[in-house]
Design a protein around this ligand. Structure first.
Ligand code: XMP
Ligand code: MG
Length: 187
């Protein structure tokens, strides 16, 4: 499995340390409130599971699934809701938890969509940020790591559905995804 990987970008222990810091920061910011944490399936599930266990405030969980890349590693720009929230978020403090903000198209769409539902507040927490590829500006309130423009997998992130269970965040070798498709940095 690791033969598909260029190298480890962020190791398990470093991820764990940063997730604890984010949990402490979010707990401070929402002290005295109850938070609805909205995980974006499937990429955010591992991060979300670890993050919510670092929160010492009352929390409820819900999930959304949106179409983004399918088997490809390039955003189509078209966002579609595949699974919506189960609960009404009107008047609630909502935190979106996402694996990575890349072009920003997914989170931009989600933010606009959830804001129309009248939450008391809406913030965004991402594990990873690839600012070099941004197409639309999105305000990320909590971010774990800023990363370079490499395709990464592990800790929830996948390529073609694979590698989500890996404990580290790894850079996928370009030959794994180049050739199958045209990605901007496949040169
Ligand atoms: P946008 O471009 O809308 O993309 O900000 C966010 C979604 O794109 C996926 N994505 C990745 N997935 N490794 C992955 O496994 C990556 O390096 C990567 N870059 C973007 C991801 O699903 C995210 O939700
Ligand atoms: Mg995703």
């Amino acid at each position: 499995m690791y033969e598909d990987m260029e190298r480890v970008l962020i190791a398990e222990d470093e991820i764990a340390r940063r997730v604890r810091e984010l949990g402490a920061e979010i707990s401070r910011d929402y002290a005295g409130k109850e938070l609805l944490v909205v995980g974006i399936l499937k990429g955010a599930v591992i991060f979300m599971a670890d993050l919510v266990r670092c929160l010492n405030i009352p929390v409820r969980l819900d999930f959304m699934a949106v179409s983004s890349y399918g088997a490809s590693s390039e955003s189509s720009g078209v966002v579609r809701i595949l699974k919506d929230l189960e609960q009404n978020i009107e008047g609630l403090d909502v935190l979106i938890v996402e694996d990575i903000v890349d072009t920003g198209l997914t989170l931009n769409y989600l933010r606009e969509n959830l804001l129309t539902r009248g939450p008391a507040s809406l913030k965004i927490c991402t594990l990873l940020d690839k600012p070099s590829r941004r197409k639309v500006n999105v305000q990320v309130d909590y971010n774990g790591f800023v990363i370079p423009d490499e395709f990464v997998v592990g800790y929830g992130l996948d390529y073609d559905g694979r590698y989500r269970h890996l404990r580290d965040i790894l850079i996928l070798k370009r030959q794994v995804y180049c050739g199958k498709e045209q990605r901007e940095n496949c040169t």
